[in-house]
Write a protein that binds this ligand. Structure first.
Ligand SMILES: [Mn+2]
Length: 272
């Protein structure tokens, strides 16, 4: 399908900002076709790629790069050429990009984290979230030891994984670990959300937008706005900021038929 088709389609929605994470290009699990379809119907002035977009960890083991994965990259870059600003915040699976923090390539800005200012003046911290794995894992101890230990643990987390990579070991993944221990998964998700909400407060932000744990959700349970974009392996979800500063969690598999079939969709089932 050509870009023209999408441009001429009345169902294309334009947002102030769009947040996508955990696409995992380069793996068989990546739902590239669904994402291509999503990208056809969604435009934004600003696009945040919130980490784990390309799965460098997996690609190092087995090269898997079908045409559709290339198409996703091209489609995102094309949105950039058409005027969208694109900010790439690497995650643990695409941490090779962390060597390029502060640089631009192909119209894409690479940063560790960003502050997104909403239409209604709120400041939201945008970050992948793996930086907090160790905090989540040792939540009780770190709370006991205080701020210094917390900050040290954060930087240790990065270094430990750089060493693991050099040794050819895989990244220690919180979400994978939580899934193994299914009965505890709910509590790990809760602790992850708590850790990221705390970090937003520490940085004086009004909330957090992150990814990493493949668990799309929006709430204010921890006294600050918490938004998780989800992923394109299982959830096929994205987060959008509307022109008035409200946010919407889009579950594309639930909406796509509706969007393709009706002339003026209003898929705001989970707006907040
Ligand atoms: Mn991740």
């Amino acid at each position: 399908m050509s870009e023209k088709d999408a441009a001429g389609d009345g169902n294309v929605r334009r947002f102030r900002a769009l947040f996508l994470s955990d696409i995992h290009l380069g793996t068989r699990g990546c739902q590239a076709e669904l994402l291509l379809d999503f990208l056809r119907y969604h435009e934004a002035d600003k696009i945040y790629l919130v980490g784990d977009i390309i799965d460098g960890w997996r690609l190092r083991k087995t090269w898997y790069w079908p045409q559709t994965h290339n198409d996703v990259v091209q489609k995102i870059l094309r949105k950039g050429r058409k005027g969208a600003s694109i900010i790439y915040l690497p995650g643990n699976h695409d941490e090779f990009l962390r060597d390029y923090l502060g640089t631009h390539f192909g119209g894409v800005e690479v940063a560790d984290s960003a502050i997104h200012e909403t239409a209604d003046g709120k400041r939201l911290l945008v970050i992948h979230g793996d930086q907090f794995d160790v905090v989540v894992r040792h939540a009780k101890w770190l709370a006991f030891l205080g701020d210094w230990a917390y900050v040290t643990a954060l930087s240790l987390n990065t270094w430990v994984n750089i060493v693991r990579r050099k040794l050819g070991l895989t990244y220690w993944s919180l979400s994978a670990w939580a899934k193994l221990k299914v009965k505890n998964a709910v509590s790990f998700i809760g602790q992850f959300e708590q850790a990221l909400a705390s970090e937003a407060k520490r940085r004086g932000a009004d909330g957090i937008i992150c990814g990493h744990i493949h668990h799309p959700v929006m709430h204010d349970t921890h006294g600050t706005r918490y938004i998780n974009t989800g992923d394109w392996v299982e959830s096929c979800s994205a987060v959008a900021e509307l022109q008035d500063g409200t946010f919407e969690l889009i579950h594309w598999t639930r909406l796509r038929h509706q969007t393709a079939a009706t002339p003026a969709p209003n898929p705001r089932a989970e707006a907040a």
